[in-house]
Design a protein around this ligand. Sequence first.
Ligand code: ADP
Ligand code: ADP
Ligand code: MG
Length: 446
Amino acid sequence: MFDKVLIANRGEIAVRINRACQELGISTVAIHSEADVDSMHVRIADESVCIGPNPVNKSYLNTHSIIAACEITGAQAVHPGYGFLSENSSFAKMLQDHKLTFIGPKHSHIEAMGDKIQAKKMMKEFGVPTVPGSDKAIEDKKDAINISKEIGFPVLIKASAGGGGRGMKVVNDEKELSESLPIVKQEALSFFGNDAVYIEKFIDSPRHIEVQVICDTHGNFIHLHERDCSVQRRNQKVVEEALAPGIDEEKKEKLFSICVKAMQNMGYLGLGTLEFLYENGEFYFMEMNTRLQVEHPITEMLTRIDLVREQICVASGEKIFTTQENVRPLGHSIECRINAENSEDFKPSAGTIGLFHPPAGNGIRLDTFIYSGYKVPHYYDNLLAKLIATGRTRNHAIKRALRSLNEIVIDGIETNIELHKKILSSNDFKNGSVSINWLENNITSL
Ligand code: ADP
Ligand code: ADP
Ligand code: MG
């Protein structure tokens, strides 16, 4: 096991990782930008290093400074969290070259899954059902039109290197396709540094269902069941729950065994999430995230497995402490992503937090980094907190989430707490199985 780990992230996830390290007896190094000097992740870490000015490319994405910080502090491993460098295979490779451990999968797997075209191709070869579409990068308009006609409009143009819900566009006919193709390619280049795009059948009203896996170097490939992340706005998750309501057990078991087989075939290591669209009883693979996921706590609450602890353990070469037979999800868990944003236009809001009162009580977990008087900088992601409510049944979890949303106080800054109350008290959500379009279609009438 490592003695010292550097946490290459900020916000709630840096706090979350710090907790897992300290519980394992690992001492921690926080890194931070100038604006983040008073941030919670810096306060609770054993040591901290300022690695640069506020823009992310000068601080949290500054790989050279991060490696220097490891060398100065004697950290043996780096936990990248999510976002930032978590899916950057060159960074993982750089660490290896410096004899440092990247707490995550092998860099070759990060690279393979980060290229969504290649990821789909590989999964298809392993027998995973995928969304119909092109199996290589689109060459030109003619190529795009041929493929779209073959699978049938509407189709989605997607950036192969895309992420965070960005870099995709729905097109309904040939004309729209010809107009949008160069625009999406240009956006892909400027956001993700790679203009490769592919085409996928646009699935009309699916649900987003994902499967969590964890693998070690001792031949253990385990799935931790599924999460339903269909409540989305602009292809970004807002509310997640586990398990997914109303899906046939047999169908799920079949999917899990396909996922586990794919991981065995790859020789995958660490945590991973296979994301699927689910419509009319069928699953279609979209992408695999080779990192810790924002919504990992709902799986932790149901399985009683500390995913971050296990992630660190398997990265250090240890065995997963449990077996597939002993993974038994119990109850229901719901996560609300509490963002600093305007409730009308959803623009991120920054400012100083006045009074902060966290909710508590049976079945409630709040993963956050904010405190009364904390100044939320405008440079970074606007996720303030994740409220996780767990109950014996789905109905119980919803009631708990609602009562804790009524308890929480975050003054001085705009948040989407009211939106969460509306979502969780709506009949559609209570009835279960809303599609990925539901929130956007109903946001004004909720
Ligand atoms: P999850 O699937 O874990 O819910 P999200 O899609 O919400 O993850 O992404 C987690 C964080 O990482 C968000 O802050 C998101 O903006 C960021 N992110 C994910 N992928 C990328 C990417 N390719 N480029 C930039 N940011 C990304
Ligand atoms: P990201 O890397 O940004 O997370 P994904 O490929 O996972 O990209 O897609 C993000 C979201 O976009 C999905 O959760 C889903 O809501 C929507 N989406 C993606 N592909 C399709 C598709 N083929 N048809 C309909 N919706 C899609
Ligand atoms: Mg995704």
